[in-house]
Design a protein around this ligand. Structure first.
Ligand code: PDD
Length: 287
């Protein structure tokens, strides 16, 4: 099957899609990105992703390359050309091509790249049964709320998890509190069933899945508390889980060497997962 990408105004075969050697995305990671889930051919929570994209762009003073309607048209077209009805769309916007110089170039035009990939890991048995996470020090910069393509620390974190046979690495700040995973937000469930996740701040990326799940949980009568927690607290909690665009809601059944509860996905996590799956289900197929 032929794959397609969008690169600066053109739809091009994925295999030959290229950017310039002096693209600031490559030289400085001077850009931002979004990953949007596609379910039943629809972009999940696209508006929330556009809003976060705008926040990231304005934090870095990068001009949006296009307005929302044409942007959405490009995202949909890339999904369509790649026959992605279940999967993800990736969007990167960076400061553009300019002679290498740290300070912002005067008149570079932002670069924009879009790709799409099939596959919805959320339903894979390994994730449904629950995963193990490791904990590692959070060595990232202090503006983790910006969805920057500077992901080196996240790459190292995920690699550390992979080498240890774990699914994800929960990063821990200097106060001993969990910030988030390398590409997901971290949660635990208290004894009384209240759900806990770290509040939005510069310390974490405010996940779109996180935002949506808080809303779904509260509507369902589940208490959500936004506060930081330690790995030890999570390991002793009733349940733990993580959320992201690429995996939705995933039970965490082991943190380092500590098994969480009975080592099986808990009822609250299962409920939240079901609520989220129902939310993303294509219109008409919802329960
Ligand atoms: N990762 N925290 C970090 C550091 C992330 O990279 C992500 C997303 C999240 C969850 O955010 P959301 O619910 O909006 O996906 C939290 C994406 C999926 C990625 O880089 O692949």
């Amino acid at each position: 099957m032929s794959r397609w990408a969008y690169v600066n105004g053109r739809y091009v075969p994925h295999a030959t899609a290229r950017t310039h050697v002096e693209d600031r995305g490559m030289q400085f990671s001077d850009g931002v990105y979004e990953v949007i889930a596609v379910v039943g051919g629809e972009l999940v929570d696209a508006t929330l992703h556009y809003e976060r994209l705008d926040r990231s762009l304005s934090a870095l003073e990068i001009t949006a390359p296009m307005r929302r309607a044409p942007l959405e048209a490009v995202l949909r077209e890339v999904a369509r050309r790649n026959r992605v009805t279940e999967g993800i769309v990736y969007l990167q916007v960076n400061r553009g091509v300019a002679p290498r110089n740290h300070a912002f170039p005067r008149d570079a035009r932002p670069s924009m790249v879009v790709t799409a990939r099939r596959g919805q890991p959320a339903s894979s048995p390994a994730l449904v049964e629950g995963v193990r996470v490791i904990t590692i020090p959070d060595i990232r910069w202090r503006r983790r709320d910006i969805k920057s393509v500077s992901l080196l620390a996240n790459v190292l974190a995920k690699q550390a998890a992979a080498q240890d046979g774990a699914f994800e690495a929960w990063q821990v700040d200097e106060d001993g509190m969990v910030t988030e995973g390398s590409q997901s937000n971290a949660w635990m469930v208290e004894t009384d069933g209240a759900v806990v996740t770290r509040p939005p701040s510069h310390d974490i990326l405010t996940g779109i899945t996180r935002t949506r799940l808080i809303d779904l949980a509260r509507r369902d009568g589940i208490t959500v508390i936004e506060r930081a927690f330690t790995p030890r607290e999570a390991a002793r909690a009733r349940e733990a889980f993580l959320t992201s665009t690429s995996s939705f809601v995933v039970p965490v059944v082991q943190i380092d060497d500590a098994v969480v509860a009975n080592g099986r996905p808990g009822a609250v996590t299962e409920r939240l997962r079901a609520l989220y799956l129902d939310f993303v289900a294509p219109r008409g197929k919802r329960n």
